[in-house]
Design a protein around this ligand. Structure first.
Ligand code: C2E
Ligand code: CA
Ligand code: CA
Ligand code: CA
Length: 279
């Protein structure tokens, strides 16, 4: 029995070592990627259900790897979080989003909200607000068009610090969205006490529509709760007309999903917005 335990723990140890070795390779690659400009943002439109116009975009990270091609975030963000590299990468993302936002203003594109994801790990950085301040003051943007998306669990490490960051950034005009709402550790008091102006219904609920009555009830409840607190609602992962019609019926404010558009490079987005907002 003892020997079995020992070999089990050796296997686990080897597993951890393999994991760490893989992390280190990703980490090394990401450091180079940041320097060499291999990271790119894709933009997924958020459509206003009432007017069908593009109201905003979510900025989503992609890695143009010299050998592996386009690498999706689930392939490298977890390692970037474990190593802490997500902190500088996260600032790069905000900087890039501000640059595009400025470009929008200069080219006379319709005003759109740019939403950027924040990792829980970024709340471990004691200079978070200071650094974001600096990025914003170096660009010339309307801060009310910058939105930061976070999950409720992102704030759990040090809720007081996280709350202070949110308040300070909110005073600058930045708004906040709760991502993947309804999954994980939802606490309704967050909606009341934090400067949250939007919730994003997790795509798992949207994709269960039509299959489970529970999904319908949950979505209805989220929308009615949010609206009664004057918080807007975006539904994620909308792929079908049926889902769209249900959400329209429930007065969901905006939808994001493959039904309208996948995340796309900047140039494609500019064209998409041009077409979509003409009608
Ligand atoms: P998320 O924040 O929940 O982002 C939404 C994800 O849903 C995106 O995946 C998007 O492409 C996908 N999606 C949108 N519409 C549909 C749909 O209709 N059907 C389906 N099946 N999927 C849809 P993506 O781009 O692969 O990103 C995955 C996750 O990686 C994001 O989930 C977010 O947690 C993380 N992520 C991406 N970019 C960043 C970033 O810049 N910083 C941080 N910290 N995390 C990021
Ligand atoms: Ca998100
Ligand atoms: Ca989400
Ligand atoms: Ca997610």
């Amino acid at each position: 029995w003892y020997r079995e335990c020992l070999s089990e723990s050796t296997r686990a140890q080897r597993g951890r070592e393999a994991h760490m070795a893989a992390d280190m390779r990703v980490e090394e690659g990401l450091r180079r990627a940041l320097r060499a400009g291999e990271l790119e943002l894709y933009y997924q439109p958020r459509i206003d259900l009432a007017t069908e116009e593009v109201r905003g975009v979510e900025c989503l990270l992609r890695w143009n790897h010299p050998e592996r091609g386009l690498v999706m975030p689930d392939q490298f963000i977890p390692a970037a979080e474990r190593s802490g590299l997500i902190v500088p990468i996260g600032y790069w993302v905000i900087e890039q989003a501000c640059r595009r936002l400025q470009e929008c203003q200069e080219q006379g594109l319709p005003a759109m909200v740019f939403a950027v994801n924040l990792s829980f790990r970024q709340f471990h950085d004691r200079k978070m607000t200071e650094t974001i301040f600096r990025i914003i003051f170096n660009s010339n943007i309307d801060t009310s068009l910058l939105e930061l998306e976070l999950t409720e669990s992102a704030m759990m490490h040090d809720p007081d610090y996280a709350q202070r960051c949110l308040r300070e950034l909110n005073q600058l005009g930045i708004s906040f969205a709760l991502d993947d709402f309804g999954t994980g550790f939802s606490s309704l008091s967050n909606l009341q006490h934090l400067p949250i102006s939007l919730v994003k219904i997790d795509k798992s609920f949207v994709q269960d529509l039509g299959e489970s009555a529970d999904a319908e009830h949950i979505i209805r409840a989220i929308i009615s709760l949010a609206h009664s607190l004057r918080i807007s609602v975006v539904a994620e992962g909308v792929e079908t007309e049926g889902q769209l019609e249900f959400l329209r019926h429930q007065h969901c404010d905006e939808i994001q999903g493959y039904y309208y558009a996948r995340p796309m490079p900047w140039q494609d987005l500019v064209q998409f917005v041009d077409q979509q907002n003409q009608f």
